[in-house]
Every structure is written in structure tokens, then in C-alpha cells.
Write a protein that binds this ligand. Structure first.
Ligand code: GLN
Length: 549
């Protein structure tokens, strides 16, 4: 039977609920428990798929094609499990499924209400993740206590304990303990208010995680313990860490997982923690001190969360090659023929991430032209591949004005096009290709060597594809289509045999990189970037470039 942990937050948003939940997931998994995770999002949108990345950050894509909250990316990276799209539920989804049931007559004419119908639906979503093969379901409730939208969610998780039994449910509440410089003190009042708010919804927290910039003293823990009515060992200090991957270890030292095990009556003795793998990762991170400068040429560079998984993937690859990756944010709109040299020449590599819409496209094309002409290691992701193809078509394959029909419907050379426009090729229509798809790699190609295999699967999220009718011309001009869909119709990977690393993928490999298992394509980019850096400064990477640590 599964047990349930619910993580709520108070005082302020962005305190790191997702990372707290993920860290707990890692710790319980490191004790040998089978863990899965879930995010309940109180906003009304059906899913983040159509939300502006400026507002909401990255859309994380699951294997089964869910467009989900970016916290699922943290969950997957920390607990190293592929989550289903069901692991993210929004108010929009919950209401829409209740409405469907109402229209079908499932409620037999009863008045449909927040309690019990909406709350039941919320509980069903969480319970669907439980089962014989799961010991603990950790659910993060988005938003902060006190928000209007969160009320049905708090009510649903409150009911959980009554239904599942006291020892099968644990409530973790994350709050802020600010430090006030003038009085030289950490303040507990916001925590008290937040817990009062939670209690007004009928939930008494079992564990209080206190975010603060400095460790909080035992005296302060005692105060919080007294005022919020939790045992002192259940007051967990969560200080700012220099890397998110240190958080599980810091929280373990605070006794977080041991306390949760006690509350849930999970046998700690029988499940001693083994953090050796994770600690090895931290050791590698500590050794990674030679800097590599990697540019991300994107549209949403003012909100780095929009490229969260890309940044993490670059870092993962760096750790394993003793490289500290320094991200240079380059607004695509700033790049053109004149500025490219200035903006890119100091870099060791660039990534062109995914995106939608026309803004910045010509800048991305200018960037990949410069990178191709100067053999700057380049990795194009989804839209990134598409701009590489457009650039190659225009400049090498003699197709002036080539473009994607997403940006120029009248282009004379629609090298990137909607699938249904490519007559007879497929019937995907204008819908998104979402989730994991197989690709067959060309034996001996750079990507096949990087992956170490020729049949790979990667997650997708796009409408447009390389135009099958123009592919022959691109290939004749030297563009390597080094990975195709298994039926041979869709281009999944491109590369240039003449270049150290000028690789594009129609997929989103950033969603499957893990801190202790970097993704092959990011490792390839970082290896090429390190070689370039070493050529510039032979003292860099003296210990070697392999991942042999
Ligand atoms: N806008 C492009 C498409 O729809 C690329 C999408 C992406 O980069 N995720 O195909």
C-alpha cells in the first residue's frame, strides 16, 4: 500500500517547494523506497502547453506526451524516474473532467459541488499514481496557502488523512524565515501566520521546512516547534545551497527523511540510506572548475527558467567532464551579421533551444551561420534544428529565401513545413508531435557514436518538420541527415561531417538528462567545447577530457 506526502508552501512563492519535494524523493529513493511524484497546480489553464514561457517558465514534456509544469523536470532529475502526464493536474483539468462527467449524467442529477465532486476528482488524480509498486507518492501543491484557487486542493489533501489513516499521510509545509538585518534576527512570525492559515483549512503540518539564507539556530527551531506544535526534530532548516543538487544532502543532515519515515511508519532501520552515488556526483561537481562558456541563443533569455532543462543538461554534461559551464544568455534579436562575431567569438559552444513564433528567428539563423563558418560547437534543439536547416539551405544549398512556413508561408523554399502540407507524407495534420518517438541513427554517424547505439528514443514537442520534398537537395549539398524516424520519413537529427560538432535534433534531449547520467548530445557538445577551450588555453582541462572519473 502506498503512503502519501503532501508538500505545501506559505509566505511567498518561489521558495523551492519543487526542490524540497524532489529532495525528499531522492532521499526516500536512496533508502530503497519506490517513489513517485505529482504536482497539483491550482491555476485554471488546462496545462502549461499554451502558457507564455515568460510567465510560466519551461514546459516540461513527459514520455507519454504530457505538457507539464517545470517542477516535473526537477522530480525526474532527482528521483530518476520517468513520470506520466497524469503526474501533473491543474484546476482546469479537474473541472473539465468533472464537467464531462456531469454532462454524461454520472452524477445522477445531484448538485455538483466543490465538495465532494471537485475534491474527489483531486484525490482520484493523486491516488491514480499509487499502487503495489509504489511505496510513497509525494505530491506538491502549487501556489501558496492563502491563495483563493488553492482552497479545494487543501480540502482534498485534508480528507486524505482521514481516508488513508494517520500513519499513511504526512504534511510538509515550507515557509520563509527571513533575516532582518537591523534587528540582527531571524523572524518566525511569517511561519506562524502561514501555519495558522494552513490550520484554518484543517491541516496541521507534520514537518516545517524553513527556508533561510543562513542556518537557523536551535533556539529558533525550539520556538517554531512550540508555536507551530511540531516536534523540534520536525523543524528542518533549508539554507540556500550553491547548487540545487546539494539540497538532498543538506536536508538529510537536518534529519528530513528520517522524520518523514517516522511519521509514515516506514522502517528506517531496514532502509538505511545510501547516498554514495549522489555524493560522488557532488565530488565531481566540486572538481569541475575549468570554465566553459556556452551561449544560449534564445527568445526568452530574460527569464532563464524558460530554458531550465537546457541549462541543467549543460551543467550535467559539464560535471562529468570536469567543466564548470558558465551560461551566456544571448538575446536572439541582438544577433545579426555585424554583431555575431562580437557576441559569439568568446564562446566555447552554443545551444539554439526550442521555441515558437517569429521573433528572433533571423538572429538565430545569423548565429548558426557564424557558428558553422567558424566551427563553433553548436547544438540545435527542435526549433534549433529547424533554423540550422534554413541557414544551410540559404547559404550552402542555394535556396535563397528558404524558410520555415511557420515564419514565411510564401517562402520559395519551405525547407521546414507542416506535415500535412507535405502531401502524402503523413497525416499528422497541424497537431503537435508530443512525447517519446524512436529514431534510427545512421551507423557511424557522429550522433550514433555519441549515443553508442543506433535506435534511440527522444521526447518531442513541435508541429513542423524538415520538408521531405527538399531533403534530397539539402543532403546533396552536404547536410547529413543522421537520424530518421523508423519509417524513414521524418528527419530527427542533422550533422555536418566536416565539423567537430554542428548537430541538430528535432527532439528535446534536455528532458532526459540526469545529473548523474548526462545526455549523450550535451556531452558531445561539452566535449567539443572543452577541446576548443583547450586549444585556446592549453592549461585548461589538463587532467583530460574524458568522463572517466
Ligand atoms: N515552432 C517549431 C515547431 O512547432 C519548434 C517547436 C519547438 O522548438 N519546440 O515545429
Amino acid at each position: 500500500m502506498s503512503k502519501f506526502v503532501f508538500v505545501t508552501g506559505g509566505v511567498s512563492s518561489s521558495l523551492g517547494k519543487g526542490l524540497t519535494a524532489s529532495s525528499l524523493g531522492r532521499l526516500l529513493k536512496s533508502r530503497g523506497f519506490r517513489v513517485t511524484m505529482c504536482k497539483l497546480d491550482p491555476y485554471i489553464n488546462f496545462d502549461p502547453g499554451t502558457m507564455n514561457p515568460f510567465e510560466h517558465g519551461e514546459v516540461f514534456v513527459t514520455n507519454d506526451g504530457g505538457e507539464t509544469d517545470l517542477d516535473l523536470g526537477h522530480y525526474e532529475r532527482f528521483i530518476d524516474e520517468n513520470l506520466p502526464k497524469l503526474a501533473n493536474a491543474t484546476t482546469g483539468q479537474i473541472y473539465s473532467s468533472v464537467m464531462q462527467k456531469e454532462r454524461r449524467g454520472d452524477y445522477l442529477g445531484h448538485t455538483v459541488q466543490v465538495i465532494p465532486h471537485i475534491t474527489d476528482e483531486i484525490k482520484t488524480r493523486v491516488r491514480r499514481l499509487a499502487g503495489d509498486n509504489v511505496d510513497v507518492v509525494i505530491t506538491e501543491v502549487g501556489g501558496t496557502v492563502g491563495d483563493i484557487e488553492i482552497v479545494p486542493f487543501l480540502e482534498a489533501i485534508r480528507q486524505f488523512r482521514r481516508e488513508e489513516g494517520r500513519e499513511n499521510v504526512c504534511y510538509v509545509h515550507l515557509t520563509l524565515v527571513p533575516y532582518l538585518a537591523p534587528s540582527g534576527e531571524h523572524k518566525t512570525k511569517p511561519t506562524q501566520h502561514s501555519v495558522t492559515e494552513l490550520r484554518s483549512r484543517g491541516i496541521q503540518p507534520d514537518v516545517i521546512v524553513c527556508r533561510s539564507d543562513q542556518p537557523i539556530s536551535d533556539a529558533l527551531k525550539r520556538k517554531i516547534s512550540l508555536l507551530c506544535d511540531v516536534p523540534i526534530e520536525a523543524v528542518v532548516s533549508a539554507i540556500d545551497a550553491s547548487s540545487i543538487y546539494e539540497i538532498p544532502v543538506l536536508m538529510h543532515e537536518e534529519g528530513f527523511d528520517a522524520t518523514v519515515c517516522k511519521i509514515l511508519r516506514l522502517d528506517e532501520e531496514e532502509h538505511p540510506i545510501d547516498l554514495s552515488g549522489w555524493e560522488q556526483l557532488l565530488e565531481k561537481m566540486a572538481l569541475a572548475d575549468d570554465e566553459l562558456r556556452v551561449g544560449i541563443v534564445g527568445k526568452y533569455v530574460d527569464l532563464p527558467d524558460a530554458y531550465l532543462s537546457v541549462v541543467e543538461s549543460l551543467r550535467h554534461a559539464g560535471y562529468h567532464q570536469r567543466a564548470k559551464v558558465v551560461i551566456e544568455w544571448i538575446a536572439a534579436e541582438d544577433v545579426n551579421e555585424r554583431t555575431a562575431e562580437v557576441l559569439l567569438s568568446g564562446l566555447d559552444g552554443i545551444v539554439i533551444p526550442g521555441g515558437f513564433g517569429e521573433r528572433g528567428i533571423e538572429g538565430k539563423i545569423a548565429a548558426v551561420r557564424w557558428s558553422r563558418e567558424h566551427d563553433l560547437p553548436t547544438l540545435g534543439l527542435c526549433l534549433g534544428l529547424q533554423v540550422m536547416v534554413v541557414e544551410y539551405a540559404r547559404d550552402v544549398a542555394d535556396m535563397p529565401g528558404a524558410n520555415s512556413t511557420e515564419f514565411d508561408p510564401d517562402t520559395p523554399y519551405p525547407v521546414i513545413d507542416l506535415m500535412d502540407e507535405q502531401q502524402g507524407v503523413t497525416d499528422l495534420g497541424g497537431t503537435m508531435r508530443l512525447g517519446a518517438y524512436f529514431a534510427q541513427l545512421v551507423p557511424g554517424s557522429q550522433v550514433a557514436r555519441a549515443y553508442g547505439e543506433t535506435l534511440v528514443t527522444e521526447r518531442h514537442r513541435h508541429r513542423y518538420e524538415v520538408n521531405a520534398r527538399l531533403r534530397g537537395r539539402l543532403e546533396a549539398a552536404g547536410l547529413g541527415c543522421s537520424g530518421l524516424s523508423p519509417d524513414g520519413r521524418l528527419v530527427e537529427f542533422i550533422e555536418l561531417a566536416s565539423h567537430r560538432c554542428w548537430i541538430g535534433t528535432q527532439a528535446h534531449p534536455e528532458f532526459t538528462s540526469r545529473p548523474d547520467r548526462p545526455h549523450a548530445l550535451f556531452s558531445e557538445l561539452i566535449a567539443a567545447a572543452a577541446e576548443r577551450a583547450q586549444a585556446r588555453d592549453p592549461h585548461l582541462f589538463e587532467l583530460g577530457l574524458d568522463a572517466a572519473l
